[in-house]
Unconditional design. Structure first.
Length: 255
C-alpha cells in the first residue's frame, strides 16, 4: 500500500474541535459537531495501512495479522481503561486489556476474520420436495451501534432443489455471520444470501428472534424478559406462496 495514499485518506478526516476540553464548547455543541461529520470524512485505511471495511463484512486474516491486531488492540483498550480511570493495579483489571483484545479478535468478532465454514452439499437423490427445518440455532452477536450483546435463536427452513446440506452446516453458517458487529435485519439477509448461493433451494426462510442489550442495559431499558426483536427473510417459493409461508411459520411459532 502506498504511504502517500494512506496519508491522503487519513488526512481527509476532520478533527473534532478541542474547544470542549478548553471549556469553550458545551457537550451539546460537541455532539452537534460530531454527528454532522460526513461519512466521506473518515479514513479508508488504518495507520498500519490495512483496509477498513464494514462492521459485518469479512476479510480473512492470517495468524500474523491476528496476532498483530491483538497486540495493537491491547494498547488501545489499556488507553480506554486509563481514560475511564480504571487502575490496572486492581488485580481484577491487571490483564483485562489483553483478555478483551483476544476475546474480540478470536471469539466475538471472529466472523470478520475467519474463512467461511466448509460446506458439503449432497445430491437430492430422492427428490425431497418438502420443508426441511433447523431451529434452535444459537445467535450470539454484538450490535454495531453500541457494541452491546445480541442474544437469541435462528430458524432456517428450506425446500431443496438439486441439493441438500448437512443440518449442522446451517448452524455454522449462522454463527459465521453472527460473530461480527451486526444489525439483525442485515444478519438475516446475509445468512439467506449465502445459503441461497450455495444450495439454490426452491424455497428458503430465515427467522431470527433475539434480545438486544443496547435497549435492555441502556437507553430505554426495556424488560430483559419481554423485549425481543423478530426478523424474517423469505426467498423463492417461501416468498411467493402464502400457503407454504404460513406452513413454515406455523411449524416454528414456538421456537
Amino acid at each position: 500500500m502506498e504511504n502517500d495514499s494512506i496519508n491522503q485518506d487519513n488526512s481527509i478526516q476532520k478533527a473534532i474541535p478541542t474547544d470542549l476540553v478548553k471549556k469553550k464548547m458545551t457537550i451539546q455543541e460537541y455532539e452537534a459537531a460530531y454527528y454532522s461529520q460526513e461519512i466521506e470524512a473518515f479514513p479508508k485505511f488504518n495507520k498500519l495501512g490495512y483496509e477498513l471495511y464494514d462492521s459485518n463484512d469479512n476479510r480473512v486474516l492470517n495468524d500474523f495479522e491476528k496476532q498483530q491486531m491483538i497486540v495493537e488492540l491491547e494498547k488501545r483498550i489499556a488507553d480506554v481503561m486509563d481514560i475511564l480511570r480504571i487502575s490496572r493495579r486492581d488485580p481484577n483489571s491487571t490483564h483485562t486489556p489483553y483478555r478483551v483484545a483476544k476475546m474480540l479478535v478470536n471469539e466475538l468478532l471472529a466472523g470478520r476474520y475467519e474463512e467461511a465454514p466448509k460446506i458439503t452439499i449432497f445430491p437430492n437423490r430422492k427428490h425431497v420436495n418438502n420443508l426441511i427445518i433447523s431451529q434452535g440455532i444459537e445467535i450470539m452477536s454484538v450490535c454495531s451501534h453500541h457494541w452491546q450483546t445480541i442474544s437469541g435463536k435462528c430458524v432456517v427452513g428450506y425446500i431443496p432443489g438439486d441439493y441438500v446440506v448437512g443440518i449442522s452446516k446451517l448452524s455454522r453458517i449462522v454463527e459465521w455471520f453472527a460473530r461480527r458487529p451486526q444489525i439483525q435485519e442485515e444478519m438475516g439477509e446475509q445468512i439467506a444470501d449465502y445459503i441461497q448461493r450455495i444450495l439454490k433451494p426452491k424455497a428458503l426462510g430465515v427467522v431470527i428472534k433475539a434480545k438486544h442489550y443496547c435497549m435492555i442495559s441502556r437507553g430505554v431499558e426495556e424488560s430483559e424478559e419481554d423485549s425481543e426483536m423478530i426478523t424474517s427473510v423469505m426467498r423463492g417459493l417461501m416468498l411467493n406462496d402464502i400457503n407454504l409461508r404460513n406452513e413454515f411459520l406455523n411449524l416454528i411459532k414456538d421456537f
